[in-house]
Design a protein. Structure first.
Ligand SMILES: Nc1ncnc2c1ncn2[C@@H]1O[C@H](COP(=O)(O)OP(=O)(O)O)[C@@H](O)[C@H]1O
Ligand SMILES: [Mg+2]
Length: 424
């Protein structure tokens, strides 16, 4: 089978890495890919939003399956376009992807179908949003409705901060049209987890529950980032929690989407807070998480290509995934200054040394090839991932490996997995 992976970050590198383990794979393509992916796939410099270009590539190379990594092309209707051309694609339709691309839609759906989440209200008028804030108690969670690259959510301890957030989103349009509608959601107290499932719209195959680390500094301080590391399985998600999320969140959501005429296929990712009242959804994503994918896929003892085909062909019912027997951790190695301004083009060393450490794999995120060397080209540069029999060993091994990576201005968090380690 000829498979195309769309995207060029750590998530897509992990997808390629896992797909190459499938005996069914004959040829792997990526667009645009990155230098890490280039070791596994033939890369074409087509941007993820150039849907015409991607369709043309899939037709020319007779691709059997296209796997889409990021949310933007999903929200732009890449799956609909591919299917209209008779091309097989793993990912939801544009209308189904609204579960991520409109937080107001997702919250409306959850309330209509009794899927556990928090109270909320959605506004297109800033004055009405302010009036609502006056009736509620802090802390407030203010969210831009649309996609905002993980920057459109502000947790506000005071009403003044919430007003400011509403003003920035709705009036100043810091996130463009994504802030035309704003959602104000009750604050949920508890530990967070990411639960990802592969689905054909009817049945699900649930992957190892993961936890990521969004803040830049140790102790979960400082500004939010795309994600500074992750681990799986997250022990806070017990078997009981997982089966609850499976029934009351994931399966209920699939039935709801079907009832709304938006059958869902692809990855359904539930962002959960484990409250004293049980798990509640803070958001859905319509694709694999980054960096959760980098820890979830190494634990998957199944053929990923088979799983994607099962989702595309409505056969997920026949799939049963073994529970993860090992544990994994990913330390994101970033450029100093990220998520703010940071330098690029710094030569990276230590990659070969790390590859020699057993149970370790380095996923490229923000790297480029320059004069025969791998250099930094983004804020999150590498996802150094290790797998071991238990979480503590996986974390230790990931840090040993991360310590081998050298470039000018290298930065990573030192406390990935701290919540899980505290439990054991
Ligand atoms: N209702 C809520 N209560 C508490 N924290 C929340 C709530 N909603 C979001 N958050 C926090 O804000 C972060 C980002 O919100 P999320 O809805 O996941 O949006 P996005 O990933 O699109 O930025 C979450 O990871 C979580 O830490
Ligand atoms: Mg999120």
């Amino acid at each position: 089978m000829r498979v195309l992976v769309v995207g060029g970050g750590g998530r897509e590198h992990a997808l390629c890495w896992k797909l190459t383990q499938s005996p069914k794979l004959t040829r792997l393509y990526a667009a645009p890919g990155n230098p890490g992916m280039a070791q596994l796939a033939e890369c074409f410099p087509i941007p993820v939003m150039d849907i015409d270009g991607l369709v043309a590539l899939a037709q020319r190379e007779r691709i059997d399956l296209t796997v889409v990594g990021p949310e933007d092309p999903m929200a732009a209707g890449i799956a609909d376009r591919f299917e209209a051309e008779g091309l097989r694609v793993f990912g939801p339709s544009q209308r189904a992807a609204e579960i991520e691309s409109s937080k107001a839609f997702a919250l409306g759906l959850m309330h209509k179908y009794d899927i556990p989440t928090a109270d909320y209200a959605a506004f297109t008028d800033p004055e009405q949003a302010e009036a609502y804030l006056k009736r509620k108690r802090p802390p407030f969670v203010v969210k831009a409705d649309g996609l905002a690259a993980g920057k459109g959510v502000v947790i506000c301890p005071t009403i003044e901060e919430a007003r400011e957030a509403v003003h920035e989103m709705m009036v100043q349009r810091h996130f463009g049209d994504s802030g035309g509608t704003v959602v104000i959601m009750d604050y949920l107290e508890g530990e967070e987890a990411s639960i990802l499932a592969v689905t054909d719209g009817e049945d699900i195959a649930v992957l190892a529950p993961a936890q990521d680390h969004k803040r830049i500094f140790d102790g979960d301080r400082g500004p939010n980032t795309g994600g500074m590391g992750a681990y799986a399985p997250a022990p806070v998600v017990t078997d009981a929690v997982l089966s609850d999320v499976r029934e009351r969140v994931l399966l209920r959501t699939l039935r709801a989407m079907k009832a709304e005429g938006r059958p869902y296929k692809g990855v359904l990712y539930a962002g959960i807070i484990l409250t004293a009242d049980g798990p509640k959804v803070i958001e859905f994503n319509c694709r694999f998480g980054d960096p959760e994918t980098q820890v979830v896929l190494p634990l998957l003892e199944a053929d990923l290509l088979d799983l994607f085909l099962a989702a595309c062909e409505g056969r997920v019912k026949e799939v049963s995934l073994p529970s993860p027997r090992r544990a994994s951790a990913c330390v994101v190695v970033a450029s100093e200054g990220y998520p703010g301004d940071h330098r690029k083009g710094r030569p990276i060393s230590g990659l070969e040394e790390v590859e020699r450490i057993p149970g370790t794999v380095v996923f490229h995120a923000g790297t480029a090839q320059k004069e025969g060397r791998i250099v930094t080209s983004g804020g999150r540069v590498l996802g150094v991932t290790a797998i071991a029999d238990d979480l503590r060993s996986a974390i230790t091994r990931a840090y040993e490996a991360a310590g081998q990576i050298r470039f000018d201005g290298v930065y990573y968090r030192k406390d990935i997995g701290h919540r899980a380690l505290k439990r054991t």
